[in-house]
Design a binder for this molecule. Structure first.
Ligand SMILES: *[C@@H]1O[C@H](CO)[C@@H](O)[C@H](O)[C@H]1NC(C)=O
Ligand SMILES: *[C@@H]1O[C@H](CO)[C@@H](O)[C@H](O)[C@H]1NC(C)=O
Length: 354
């Protein structure tokens, strides 16, 4: 009896306690909600902060990302022969604009992702770092001096590496590049013609200029002309180190007769993009960017962790049952011919899987 009473009282107490608790919690949440929304806080911000913390490299360094190997089931019947052939025929040197404080936080991740697909990759900085490797250019560091750094970088590439590649690509340390698509676009052009490609802004000079963030690529003849004709003549190319890098480059290349090429695909869809993929895909006011080629080459403002995500999405993940190939009809005839006669190097016999 006594025990029963206690239990009954306990139940009443329990119910009261529970009610108080519920009221308290809801009041607390409502108050916090009012307080936080009035200070601009929202669940989106909380999510954003969570992501930011989860992606803080200092707290959570990026673990080794698995290379895709021909033995993985989804890649066993992959045929890379056309890409491999283009790797040899359309050699791309990539140089990446970086700075000492970004060597660890950004440049390293470029090298670990898309950078490794360039025939050669060089990081242009103001400090030497053999692990990247980065070059210590004789220029002052800072946003103000990017034009000076760009000139010095191309001068360096010309002096030391011009014979090691056919095309010379400038990117930032937050550019993401699908190097195979870059080679595919270039396969139709002769590097002995002075040319350059990229995302074109129609400003500052009649033919405009190519966005520095989306990256731009010069033929060997364009590089030669830039270094030997443009740089020595300050009437043609700005002589000091100040100025907006890509706009100065645009003016300079125009003055020395290097045309800004149409870099869109056969459906007139853009290949180089000065912003992130989501912005180009989803924002209607950005339609003017001719979004987006299935053979897109580059995007800008890509954070290091997103480079790994893109690498996974582009090079690993496969929608099962869809074979997507390399249509050699979009290659120049000579190249397509030589590729058509290649022994098709199947990495494995598809029918032999499991
Ligand atoms: C620089 O270029 C301008 C314009 O083409 C030309 O008139 C001038 O002679 C050049 N100067 C030198 C030193 O080559
Ligand atoms: C590859 O697949 C074909 C067709 O199924 C089969 O005849 C052949 O024996 C396989 N070759 C190997 C090496 O497994």
């Amino acid at each position: 009896m006594y025990i029963n009473m206690l239990q009954a009282e306990g139940r009443v107490m329990g119910r009261r306690f529970f009610l108080t608790l519920v009221i308290g919690i809801s009041a607390g949440f409502s108050f916090a909600y009012i307080l936080l929304t009035s200070t601009g806080f929202s669940r989106d911000t909380a999510w954003h902060n969570y992501r930011k913390s989860a992606r803080d490299f200092k707290k959570h360094p990026i673990a080794a990302v698995g290379e895709h190997s021909p033995d993985e089931p989804a890649h066993r019947d992959e045929d890379r022969s056309v890409a491999d052939e283009l790797y040899k025929k359309v050699r791309v040197l990539c140089w990446v604009m970086t700075q000492p404080k970004n060597h660890e936080s950004k440049a390293r991740h470029v090298k670990a992702t898309w950078g490794k697909r360039c025939n050669k990759i060089i990081f242009m900085s103001t400090e030497k770092d053999p692990s990247l490797p980065s070059i210590k250019l004789p220029v002052k560091e800072g946003r103000k001096f990017l034009w000076g750094k760009t000139k010095a970088a191309f001068r360096y590439v010309y002096k030391h590496h011009r014979r090691e590649a056919d095309w010379f690509f400038k990117a930032d340390d937050d550019t993401y590049v699908v190097v195979e698509n870059l080679r595919h676009m270039l396969a139709g052009y002769d590097t002995e013609d002075p040319l350059y490609f990229g995302y074109r802004f129609k400003r500052f000079s009649p033919q405009g200029y190519m966005s520095g963030g989306a990256g731009y690529i010069l033929s060997r003849a364009a590089l030669d002309r830039f270094v030997n004709k443009g740089l020595p003549n300050t009437t043609l190319c700005r002589g000091d180190d100040n100025g907006i890098e890509d706009a100065e480059m645009g003016k300079c290349l125009e003055n020395i007769g290097v045309p800004a090429m149409d870099s869109r695909d056969e459906l007139k869809r853009g290949r180089f993009f000065p912003l992130t993929p989501d912005v180009h895909l989803l924002r209607s006011q950005i339609k003017k960017f001719d979004c987006c080629s299935d053979h897109a080459v580059s995007f800008h403002y890509i954070e290091p962790q997103v480079m790994y995500e893109l690498d996974y999405l582009i090079y690993h993940l496969r929608p099962y049952g869809i074979e997507h190939g390399s249509d050699t009809s979009t290659l120049p005839k000579t190249l397509a011919g030589s590729i058509a006669t290649l022994p098709r190097r199947r990495l494995n016999n598809a029918s032999a899987v499991i």
